[in-house]
Design a protein around this ligand. Sequence first.
Ligand code: SF4
Length: 191
Amino acid sequence: NIPIEVTTDNVDTVAEQHYPLCMLHLHNYLRRNHHLKYDCKMQLGIFLKWVGMPYEDMLVFWKEEFTQVMTEEKYEKEYVYLFKHQYGKVGSKLQYKPYTCERIQSFTPAVNQEHGCPFKHWDQSSLSAKLEEELGGDYEQLQDIEDLVREKHYVGACNKYLCYKNPAASSSEPIASPNEYVQKSMLSDLY
Ligand code: SF4
């Protein structure tokens, strides 16, 4: 249960404050480029469903971006179906489960693909730059996280990142999915 409703109005703020790096990266990439490839749309779209973005807001969210780089007609014909499908509204009405960190880390994104887990899939300099941007330049914090990445403890590194970004989350159980990350980050802000 996510304590704050994620809507088209607050999604940028929620993303910046409460998304894990895997989803923040996709969100920001979409805002910059107005387009995502299939695997990215799946990773972000199913996440949006499980963080509770209402169906109507979800439709507006994707449409506003994609129609900046294509006609509304093309979007309605070729793209919107997938987003409705992710919410279980069309076709087989499949109820997708939220992706776990383990699943996201099992992907093998090619160099020009944006999905996956930054702690596992990004090169060291890109990850360091992003960590510094998000956390500021606290050398010890960055080292702590990068040590865990070097030891291949990617979820541990993400948990550490959450605790540094939002210190009130330190006492909570470790996360195992992006949705759990958001929940813990939001809850720790409230209490
Ligand atoms: Fe996302 Fe999980 Fe990787 Fe964190 S560890 S960035 S939540 S996939």
